[in-house]
Design a protein. Structure first.
Length: 137
C-alpha cells in the first residue's frame, strides 16, 4: 500500500458497536484495538477503542475510534480525512502542504503505536490525519 484516503470517525464511547454495525452493513474484515492494548491497561478507558479499521470487499476503508477523555466530541463534526500508508516521502509531502496555514493539534512525529502520525485542521476547517506506517514488503 502506498497511500489511501478514507474517513476516520470519532465516537463517544460506542466505537465498538458502531464499527461492528458498519461491518454488518458492508461486510469485510474488522480490526479493533483498545487503549489498554496500547500501553494504558489501567486507565478507565482501557476497554474503549483507540483504533478500528474496517476493510470491505468493495474496497471501502472505514476507520474509527472513541474520543479520548479531555478531547471534545461534537456530533456532526466527528470525522477527519485520513491519509494512511507506507510511502513516507509522499505522505510527508502531503502533510507539509495540507498543514501549511493549518492549526496543528498533533505534530507529525513517531507515536506510541510505532507509526509517524499527525493531526491538523486545514485553513478551510477540514480536519486531517496523516499516518505513516512501516513499509510492507
Amino acid at each position: 500500500m502506498i497511500a489511501r484516503l478514507n474517513p476516520y470517525l470519532s465516537f463517544n464511547g460506542d466505537a465498538r458497536q458502531a464499527m461492528e454495525f458498519y461491518q454488518e452493513v458492508f461486510g469485510g474484515d474488522l480490526t479493533l484495538n483498545t487503549f489498554g492494548e496500547f500501553g494504558q491497561p489501567d486507565a478507565p478507558e482501557s476497554d474503549k477503542i483507540m483504533h478500528g479499521a474496517l476493510e470491505t470487499p468493495s474496497g471501502f476503508m472505514i476507520m474509527g475510534a472513541d474520543t479520548p477523555p479531555g478531547m471534545p466530541y461534537t456530533p456532526g463534526t466527528n470525522f477527519s480525512v485520513c491519509l494512511n500508508g507506507d510511502d513516507e516521502a509522499a505522505l510527508r509531502g502531503y502533510w507539509e502542504k495540507v498543514s501549511a496555514g493549518a492549526s496543528v493539534s498533533v505534530p507529525l512525529d513517531k507515536q506510541m503505536w510505532g507509526d509517524v502520525f499527525g493531526m491538523c485542521t486545514d485553513r478551510f476547517g477540514v480536519p486531517w490525519m496523516v499516518n505513516i506506517g512501516e513499509t510492507q514488503g
